[in-house]
Design a binder for this molecule. Structure first.
Ligand code: NAD
Ligand code: AKB
Length: 305
């Protein structure tokens, strides 16, 4: 570490979730195990229990440990959020306000994810970085508020509009895009999956390795290089329909079958764009994805087998 550099001490909220499970590992690899403090409302070995609704608890931890950076992952996702809209608002907005307040007081940098859920039905099907943000889900509304707070907070706060994330280390946490994770487990264990969106549903998706690398790269970029999209950069991975996902899995498991029985989550999926324009992230901090559909499927099957 260069002389005079303050060592990082990183707090991760929601660390036991789909992203946290892998981001904590990546941060520990980069900065050292002792530099990362994973927290979650749920109890687990090696994880400090912290509810993001507990403003005092966050502040005490930030002050007592000398936290320099907060990766704020605690949230309710779209499907769980629509079932519990008040709780979704409290955890996603009030929880974020608590994190920002502690960060402001103790000079921390904050990473807070946004989502493709910020877009609504009026957005072009290939979503530009700058467009009207009129989501229909409560979850999407909380993410729009989060992006505004990032820009108005007066601190170094950054975010990414993650697409649906596909990974094998932890289960997906109650979102609309969960079918693109569940399908692999079902394909390998049952040989069949009953998908809760239509076969022709096309959504922006990304492999977790790309998402983790995007997060680290964004946080490594000098603040002055970042423009007015800092609160939520569009990042594209790949875009495919549920039917195309099935076909790609059948390259490995030819006998795999999938039925389609759309439920309420179809409405959330239909309100989101098909694909993402990420020209601003490419220009400002060099973002480029590495995984297309077939490569994601190869990695998922290989790791889950
Ligand atoms: P997840 O549901 O898998 O994990 C969220 C974690 O937050 C869980 O471990 C949960 O126990 C914890 N949590 C819930 N309420 C809490 C509280 N009150 N206090 C502390 N912890 C609490 O979600 P994820 O997929 O890891 O998502 C992390 C972030 O990324 C969220 O902001 C989410 O909106 C965003 N995001 C995720 C995806 C995706 O596909 N996974 C896509 C776009 C955006
Ligand atoms: C969800 O489906 O809710 C998440 C997301 C795209 O934000 N995966």
């Amino acid at each position: 570490m260069p002389m005079g550099t303050v060592p990082k001490l990183i707090l991760v909220t929601g660390a036991l979730g789909q992203i946290g499970t892998e981001l904590v590992e990546a941060l520990q690899d980069k900065y050292g195990k002792e530099s990362v403090i994973p927290t979650d409302v749920r109890e687990a070995n090696g994880c400090t229990q912290l509810d993001v609704m507990d403003a005092e608890g966050i502040e005490n931890l930030v002050r007592s440990k000398g936290i320099t950076d907060i990766y704020h992952l605690a949230a309710l996702l779209s499907a769980t959020g629509e079932k519990n809209p008040d709780l979704c608002w409290s955890v996603n907005v009030d929880g974020l306000v608590n994190v920002i307040s502690a960060a402001k007081k103790y000079g921390c940098r904050v990473f807070s994810p946004s989502s493709i859920a910020v877009f609504g039905p009026d957005c072009p099907k290939h979503a530009p970085q700058v467009t009207g943000l009129n989501p229909t889900t409560v979850y999407g509304k909380t993410k729009v508020v989060g992006e505004h707070l990032a820009m108005s907070s007066g601190i170094d706060m950054r975010g990414l509009r993650y697409p649906g994330l596909i990974s094998w280390k932890a289960p997906a946490g109650g979102g609309t895009t969960d079918y693109a994770v569940e399908i692999f487990h079902a394909a390998l264990s049952e040989g069949h999956y009953n998908c809760f969106v239509r076969e022709d549903t096309r959504l922006p998706m990304m492999y977790m390795d790309d998402a983790i690398r995007a997060t680290l790269e964004l946080m490594d970029t000098p603040f002055d290089s970042l423009g007015t999209s800092r609160g939520g950069y569009n990042i594209a991975g790949c875009s495919f329909t549920a039917g195309e996902l099935v076909k790609s899995i059948q390259r490995h498991i030819p006998e795999f079958t999938c039925s389609f029985e759309p439920d309420v989550r179809q409405n959330y999926a239909d309100s989101w764009p098909d694909s993402i324009e990420d020209d601003v992230a490419r220009k400002e901090w060099g973002w480029i994805s590495k995984f297309d559909l077939d490569k994601i499927v190869d990695e998922m099957i290989d790791n889950l087998q």
